[in-house]
Design a protein around this ligand. Structure first.
Ligand code: SF4
Ligand code: SF4
Length: 128
């Protein structure tokens, strides 16, 4: 599965909210597949990924918020010691992000500019 790095966070904070119905349904399927199969191999995508496919902000493969989301992607990679094109299991990546981002100030640093931040801040992580 190709996932842009900041989506490693969004998947773990997903509560059924999204940009539209199609996106939310697509995201729900992905979240539940990963919960069932934590050994799924994840490759860090540079640019739009398997989740962006159903997003209304994806214009011909480019996110309309590309500057902001690329900064978040770069920060997640730096903090998690990971690189674009590199692969690891969902279990490994989600655990690394929990320990190094959600359980530290990095969460605020990386996500504060996101429109969903207040919701995510109050959301318990449901992927274990
Ligand atoms: S605040 Fe935004 S980027 Fe961060 S986990 Fe939530 S939806 Fe994803
Ligand atoms: S296209 Fe942009 S806004 Fe939509 S899911 Fe992808 S990164 Fe997020």
């Amino acid at each position: 599965m190709y996932i842009r790095p900041h989506h490693i966070l969004c998947i773990q904070k997903f509560t059924g909210h999204g940009y539209n119905e199609e996106f939310t349904a697509h995201m729900s399927r992905a979240v539940s597949e990963l919960a069932k199969n934590p050994g799924t191999e994840i490759t860090a995508a540079h640019g739009c990924d398997d989740l962006c496919k159903a997003c209304p902000n994806n214009e011909d493969g480019v996110c309309t918020s590309c500057g902001k989301v690329e900064r978040m992607d770069d920060a997640v990679l730096r903090v998690c010691d990971f690189a674009y094109g590199e692969s690891a299991s969902w279990a490994e990546l989600s655990s690394r992000a929990r320990k190094r981002i959600f359980e530290t100030d990095e969460f605020q640093r990386i996500c504060a500019g996101c429109q969903w931040f207040e919701l995510c801040r109050k959301t318990e992580i449901h992927q274990k």
